[in-house]
Design a protein around this ligand. Sequence first.
Ligand SMILES: [Zn+2]
Length: 422
Amino acid sequence: MAGLDGQKLAAAKLWLISPSPGNGPVGADPSAPRDLPYLATALYALVAVANEDVARMTCDEYWRIYVNPAWLDAAPVPAVGAELAHVVWHLLADHSTRARDQDVDKSTAVLWDECADVTISHTLEPDSLRPSALATFRTMRVPEGLSAEEYFALKSGLSVVDSPDSGTLQPGEGCGSGADGIPRSHEHGPSTDIGAVTFVEARAIRERVAIEAREHSTKRGDLPGDLERWIQETLHPRIPWQPLLSGAVRRGIGWAAGRGDYTYQRPSRRASSVRGVVLPGQHRQVPRVSIIIDTSGSVDDELLSQALGEVDGAIASLGLPGSHVSVYSVDAAAHLTQRVRRARDAQLIGAGGTDLRVGLKAIEHERPRPDVVVVLTDGYTPWPATPPPGSAVIVALLAHRWWGEDLPETPEWATRVECMLD
Ligand SMILES: [Zn+2]
């Protein structure tokens, strides 16, 4: 097998990351470097493998690139740089994991690759870096600026695949497992014998590139929309909050139930020997849940109703008979206590400023005391120094994603769940 021209690959990486001479727009001179220094960490993590069966360059999930030696010999440095940028964006965007989330299989892998390529083209075009063969929103006849998942949904229709088509693909099909998670016959797999970037290392590379891309863009003064979205999603990954919130409620209730001295599951051993006598204390207390809802004007209605639905779901999933929840609407005052079967049924009152201290104070007067208090708020409120005695407190912090890192602090005595709406 022919070797690879390592010097040309090195030159292409340098061409991508080096500053452009002069102040002209990047891409005005087709041979001038592209000034993308933030790609360096990713580019130098790639492990190049010669392969004569790929057309130009493909990637696997372990950051190996398979390069056709004859193509490399013939291609000018900018064309090699453009292909490097193409495959490195498959890896940075984690298209293989995202393909698995979309149930991409052997029969749909190439279509997924094309959809992912449309988004990469969109990212590369402002820097005049798009490989000429790469699909675009124009060649695919789809709207501009969507995600790979959205293109895939548009192009694959609604047909449901009953039996996933597993197996490997040939070297010439699509962009490699680094783009779609489907192994190719020529790829080396997870073995570390021939270099390999682990998934943990890949995450660290993505974060470093995202941080450096953000820094670079503040200097250069422009940030294409695709890149901005990718930075945001890489540095603030979308963790679904729904299971976190229902899990916190369930744990809170479980903790409370575990405090009881007796349960139905542990009948007294004496019971069988004392016929006809009902022993005292052998009933399980139904856990009591109270909900404080911040009804000040700043709380998002849609997010609030989603969060209430999750709290209801968590309570319902425990299968507790006859459980009710107390709901307090709180802005600057505690307005209303209702006992309802579902938190969503409560009528919400209030629109003023926020002071959740009054709500938590009201909880202290509730008898019997609730085991779990769930507070739904945007967090812009004063908090008391201590929690209501005897209650586990969960704060569901309702926020919009674009608020970014500066979410308000919540008390240490409360379990915090950040509920983000996109
Ligand atoms: Zn591709």
